[in-house]
Design a protein around this ligand. Structure first.
Ligand SMILES: [Zn+2]
Length: 90
């Protein structure tokens, strides 16, 4: 895979999810980088997993089998991507 990302892309991506990339240096699409979501959870993941794979904070993300419900309103309050499509009551 051609590695055409740079640190500015990581910053832009994290911002689009309401978070930040903690690492100040880009080390490759498959390398672990440190991130913080809008609810202050820190986690490590590669840019590939997040940007190409569509994942974000593992603490905020619900699992497929999670029956405890998920607070979309809370998520939308910190994550611009969720907020963009979230409709209250749905
Ligand atoms: Zn989180």
């Amino acid at each position: 895979m051609r590695d055409s990302l740079e640190h500015a892309d990581l910053v832009a991506f994290a911002t689009s999810r309401g978070g930040v990339v903690v690492c100040t240096e880009y080390r490759g699409v498959a390398a672990l980088h440190r991130w913080r979501c809008g609810r202050d959870h820190e986690f490590e993941a590669s840019p590939r997993l997040l940007i190409h794979g569509g994942y974000w904070c593992p603490t905020c993300a619900p699992t497929v089998n999670d029956t405890s419900g998920w607070d979309w309103v809370e998520q939308a309050s910190v994550d611009p991507l969720i907020a963009r499509f979230h409709r209250s009551g749905s």
